[in-house]
Design a protein around this ligand. Structure first.
Ligand code: ZN
Length: 335
């Protein structure tokens, strides 16, 4: 488990600083909303705040991270700190879980200073659950803090949003992500920078992404672009689309990675190869760029973006891949 004191949080110094100050002055709003992309440390910050509010050796709004209170919060064993996560099929926050929070939030702390309730993925709450929560948001008891954590702020009803103080979290910088990979995943410096640029290039925000899988993903994305540029036969192309469609989640990540590579190819085609994300693939990407004009690559990128959006929403995966690969191949041939 990663350490959860404010000083250990990587990135989002502004948000961390604000929270730490609230804790130091003992002026924490009763309801907070931690909003921002996935994988940037929102949950860590919520736990850091819970620790700071309950640590007997808290200093300048940050916890010690070592005392029994801090340790128990970190391990999820503190009776005054609860993390509520979506469960069951479709991953919804259950009305019953929310009702339990509403009932419990009025209690005084059992042994700490403040009770802290953290609703993870708070956007996954239906209207019934949101309505159940409103009562606590309207009349918050002074000894409890409610933290809603979400990457999908828009999914929460305005009645809930308007009653929470918002703390915004930003995407991590590549250096920050690399630092996390070094510290928490045991990678060495150069490996981590490599992995961080892979994540970045793939538009994948989860810093805990499996590095080897990312490498394979990138390998597959490159092969796919090379296949289209070389002019895959129709049967090769259909087999490829079929294989991709069977991969469910992975096929969306693969397309994101492909878009990342295409950004670099487009940069090469535009004669701007100085700022590639995938620097180690310079030769391969340059060769791809040489196969078609800049206009063609821009159009190919546009088509792929549209396909990604289709995959992310509703569409038939096989058909989307088939159409995309046919389009990409046709574009190369027009040139
Ligand atoms: Zn402590």
């Amino acid at each position: 488990v990663s350490p959860v004191t404010f000083k250990d949080l990587l990135g989002n110094r502004e948000a961390a600083g604000r929270l730490q100050q609230m804790a130091a002055l003992n002026r924490v709003p009763p309801s907070l909303l931690f909003a921002g992309p996935a994988g940037v440390g929102k949950l860590g910050a919520a736990l850091a705040l819970a620790q700071a509010l309950n640590c007997p050796s808290s200093d300048a709004g940050d916890s010690c991270g070592r005392c029994p209170s801090c340790r128990r919060i970190e391990r999820g064993e503190h009776p005054d700190v609860r993390v509520i996560t979506p469960e069951g099929k479709g991953g919804q926050l259950r009305v019953s879980s929310v009702r339990a929070v509403v009932a419990e939030i009025a209690f005084r702390p059992f042994e700490g200073q403040k009770r802290v309730f953290i609703l993870k993925d708070a956007g996954r709450m239906n209207l019934e659950a949101a309505n159940a929560l409103l009562k606590s948001l309207e009349e918050p008891p002074p000894s409890s803090v409610l933290i809603l954590v979400t990457a999908g702020e828009a999914e929460l009803p305005p009645t809930v949003l308007s009653r929470c103080q918002r703390v915004r979290f930003r995407p991590l910088l590549p250096e920050e992500r690399a630092e996390i990979l070094v510290r928490d995943h045991g990678l060495t410096g150069p490996q981590a920078i490599d992995a961080a640029s892979l994540l970045e290039g793939a538009g994948i925000v989860d810093a805990e992404g499996d590095v080897e899988e990312l490498r394979r993903l990138r390998h597959d994305a490159l092969r796919l672009l090379e296949g289209c540029a070389r002019g895959w036969s129709r049967s090769e192309l259909l087999a490829e689309a079929d294989g991709r469609a069977r991969e469910a989640e992975r096929s969306t990540r693969l397309l994101r990675m492909t878009l990342g590579l295409m950004r670099d190819v487009t940069a090469c085609a535009a004669g701007e190869s100085g700022h590639l994300r995938h620097r180690d693939l310079r030769a391969e990407l340059g060769a791809l760029a040489g196969q078609a004009s800049l206009d063609v690559w821009i159009e190919a990128y546009r088509q792929s973006e549209a396909a990604l959006s289709a995959l992310e929403h509703y569409s038939n995966k096989r058909l989307t891949w088939e159409n995309l690969l046919l389009e990409l191949r046709a574009l190369q041939r027009l040139d």
